[in-house]
Design a protein around this ligand. Structure first.
Ligand SMILES: Nc1ncnc2c1ncn2[C@@H]1O[C@H](COP(=O)(O)OP(=O)(O)OP(=O)(O)O)[C@@H](O)[C@H]1O
Ligand SMILES: [Mg+2]
Length: 275
């Protein structure tokens, strides 16, 4: 099998990108192609993400969002193509994917592979990460006893415990109720401010993308077909500027925004997440 040629850089701890100076990107793809048989899913895609930048990715079901995310996570072969990413990356999927036979803290500690760690130190790091996501009291719980939101928070703790330079989120809140999802938005923003990884968030929820990201991209026909820089101050109220961005993004997605949707959540149909 062709070994993936992944260029890794030491962006494990990153600070916010300075406004003026040119920044070496945390993620860079140029003319990237990925195909399955005759199906060319990613077709000459260019993508650059700055260290510490929060990018959201929208696109119709089957447009290749998960395929792109898996490439950046190093989960798929890339042949002889150059894929620049930070050396440490972490992924959170739509389902938390916790191991049911391991207690919550041990699930989080799975991210800590360093054999130099003593058990006590590993548990302390897992505990600190779980405290950050508000689950310091569930260290010894079994995954089956967690709510959906708690399971996703555990998955976030597991992702962040190794201080990734790139955090990849594939529809991580899609299965949660609206209120829990809003709480998760706040949590993710707080964690991002604290740890400053570059983030690529795949979502079908246009409002979620605008609420969270510095930049929203639309994937279509294997390429980035549209881009919106979001300069609104956080927390972002659904004001006129927000609505204008939403209308433009929905237009890029081929959806007409009904005029009466002020302040309502708009999501376009989701599809099956690829495992
Ligand atoms: N391992 C694979 N083998 C063959 N085809 C694949 C494989 N993985 C993905 N595909 C195909 O690539 C295309 C893009 O799939 P992908 O999962 O990336 O879409 P997506 O944008 O994440 O969709 P969704 O929004 O439904 O999650 C689809 O046509 C899918 O069938
Ligand atoms: Mg997907």
């Amino acid at each position: 099998m062709v070994q993936p040629r992944i260029r890794r850089r030491a962006f494990d701890t990153v600070s916010p990108a300075p406004a003026a100076a040119p920044v070496t990107p945390a993620v860079k793809l140029t003319g990237f192609v990925r195909q399955f048989g005759q199906n060319r899913v990613i077709d000459g895609l260019d993508l650059s993400i700055a260290p510490g930048e929060f990018v959201a990715l929208l696109g119709a079901s089957g447009s290749g969002k998960t395929t792109l995310l898996r490439t950046l996570a190093g989960l798929d072969p890339v042949g002889d193509q150059d894929v620049t990413t930070p050396s440490t990356r972490a992924v959170v999927f739509q389902d938390a994917r916790l191991l049911p036979w391991k207690k919550v803290w041990r699930n989080v500690a799975l991210g800590l592979k360093d054999p130099g760690f003593r058990k006590g130190a590993v548990r302390a790091r897992a505990e600190a990460a779980l405290k950050e996501v508000g689950l310091g009291h569930r260290l010894d719980a079994w995954p089956s006893t967690l709510s959906g939101g708690e399971a996703q928070r555990t998955a976030l703790a597991r992702a962040l415990v190794r201080e990734p330079g790139l955090l990849l989120l594939d529809e991580p809140f899609a299965a949660l109720d609206a209120l829990t999802r809003l709480k998760m938005h706040d949590l993710v923003l707080n964690l991002w401010h604290e740890h400053r990884p570059a983030v690529l968030l795949v979502t079908h929820d246009v409002d979620e993308a605008i609420a969270l990201a510095d930049r929203v991209l639309v994937l279509n026909k294997g390429r980035i077909a549209a881009e919106e820089k979001i300069t609104l101050e956080r927390p972002r109220a659904p004001d006129a500027r927000f609505q204008a961005i939403r209308r433009r993004l929905l237009g890029h997605l081929g959806v007409e925004a009904p005029a009466s949707h002020e302040g309502a959540l708009i999501a376009f149909p989701t599809g099956e997440a690829v495992q």
